[in-house]
Every structure is written in C-alpha cells, then in structure tokens.
Design a protein around this ligand. Structure first.
Ligand SMILES: NC(=O)c1ccc[n+]([C@@H]2O[C@H](COP(=O)([O-])OP(=O)(O)OC[C@H]3O[C@@H](n4cnc5c(N)ncnc54)[C@H](OP(=O)(O)O)[C@@H]3O)[C@@H](O)[C@H]2O)c1
Length: 234
C-alpha cells in the first residue's frame, strides 16, 4: 500500500472521477477526506468508502478556507469539482459562462491557495480534452481547461516543493451527464466508444489511477497527461 500514513483530500469526491480517486487512495492505505456540496450524496459516499466527509463549495472563498482549516496539513489534494454550463457562444448566458469558471477554474485556484500541502506532497487538477480538441458550443469549457493547464505549470514552480500536475480526461462515463436524456447519453457513449482505438469510453478508475501515479511519483511536477483512449489522435 503506497499511501499508508498519507492524508488525501479529494474536492469533488462524492461522484465520478473524484469518488474513484477516493476509493483508490483509501485502498492504498491513505486517510481520505472527500468534499462537495450536496451533503446527502457526500455522506452516503463517505459511509460507503469509510472516509471522512466535509461539505464544501469551491465557488466560496470562505467555504474552501474552512475546509482546509478543518483538514490541517495534508499530503495530497485532488480537485475534480466542476459544474459546467455551456451553449452556443453568441447566446449562452453570461451567468452560465461565469458560473462555469467560478467552479472549475476559480474553484481549483481557491483550493490551491487554501490547502496546506506538506513538502513533497502533491496537488492534482483535472482539465479535459476540450482544451486542445474544442467542439462547437463548448468554448467556456475549453477555456477553463486550458487555463487549468497553464495554472498547473505556473504552480509547479511557485508552490515547489509541493508538486502540481494535471490530468486531462477524454470521455469518461460518470454522473456528470446525468441531466442528459438517458437514450441520448447511451447513444453518445456508444458512438464515442466505437470511434476510439481502445473501443470503449473511460471509467472513473482510469483517471483515478493516473492521479494516484501523480501522488506517488516524486519526479512528477508540471506534468499534463492526456488520457482519452486515443481520442486526441483519431
Ligand atoms: N466525465 C467526463 O467525461 C469528463 C471529461 C473531461 C473532463 N472531465 C472533468 O473531470 C472532472 C470530474 O468530472 P466527473 O465526471 O467526475 O463529474 P461528476 O461525476 O459530476 O462529479 C463532480 C463532483 O464535483 C462536485 N462539485 C460540483 N460542483 C462543486 C462545487 N461548486 N463545490 C464543491 N464540489 C462540487 C460534485 O458534487 P456536488 O454536486 O454535490 O457538489 C461531484 O462530487 C470535472 O472537472 C470534469 O470537467 C470529465
């Protein structure tokens, strides 16, 4: 077990990639804290994994500061929290554009400022393939992801000896698309799987294993790993 004696905080740990990361860190011996907004979902996930739950909202300076005051010094921090609202560039509501950045970009920024990470520990951010393979109607997500990748490189210098890395997932089957009509969601996942060299979409655990690698490879900092089943080369 490679994380025995380490304290790991997963912000966004109640669902999807964050939940898989929390599960893997716990299995590797870490003391794990998960944080997100919906207390019922958070507590249910924490009880199932046997980890600690601390409600927090990354869009609030005070909430994020309070989370890390409660946690104290930690070894590894992972930010998967995001709620994305997008639409056609010319008409998408500016409220949705700002809200997307407030969570995904400024949320990660707040976490990076507030977390007290021990020397040699790590911060892992999660961007996404749209930063370099944009699609229509998703400019704000491309922008948020690109900014997170730039932030990763900048913080790898400024926060050293804390290590800062980023994983950029392709299409991963998580609850992030729960609002889509089920038939459309399944159709999109099947078409994506068929288009990829690996013949499937990703699972939360695929990305969790990369995040675990960032935690445990002491030579990794300023790295951005694109993990997408070959999506960027098709
Ligand atoms: N799944 C994909 O295909 C994919 C592809 C590329 C990139 N990504 C990126 O990977 C990351 C994780 O995605 P996922 O698929 O694991 O999503 P998910 O299953 O929807 O999980 C998102 C988590 O973030 C929490 N969260 C959302 N807004 C929050 C806020 N303001 N404060 C605190 N917690 C918040 C959610 O809980 P509450 O709602 O209860 O707060 C939940 O625990 C995101 O940055 C996403 O953009 C995902």
């Amino acid at each position: 077990m490679m994380l025995t004696g380490k304290k790991v905080v997963v912000v966004g740990g109640s669902s999807g990639i964050g939940l898989s990361t929390a599960e893997l860190a716990k299995a590797e011996g870490a003391e794990v804290v998960i944080a997100s907004r919906n207390a019922d979902r958070l507590n249910a996930a924490a009880a199932k994994l046997g980890v600690t739950a601390i409600p927090a909202d990354v869009t609030s300076d005070e909430s994020v500061a309070g989370l890390f005051r409660t946690c104290g010094p930690v070894d590894h921090v992972v930010v998967t929290a995001a709620q994305l609202k997008t639409g056609p560039f010319k008409t998408v509501a500016m409220e949705d554009v700002r809200g997307t950045l407030e969570g995904k970009l400024w949320g990660a920024w707040r976490v990076a400022r507030s977390a007290d990470i021990r020397p040699g520990g790590s911060l892992t951010l999660v961007s996404g393939y749209l930063s370099i393979r944009p699609r229509p109607n998703s400019a704000i997500i491309a922008v948020a992801n690109g900014a997170l990748e730039s932030l990763t490189r900048a913080l790898a210098l400024e926060l050293a000896p804390v290590r800062v890395n980023c994983v950029s997932p392709g299409i991963i089957d998580t609850p992030i698309r729960a609002a889509m009509p089920e038939a459309a969601r399944l159709d999109m996942l099947a078409k994506t799987a068929a288009s990829l060299p690996v013949g499937r979409v990703g699972e939360g655990e695929d990305i969790a294993r990369q995040i675990f690698a960032f935690m445990t490879i002491g030579f990794a900092t300023g790295s951005i790993v694109y993990l997408d089943g070959g999506g960027l080369v098709t």
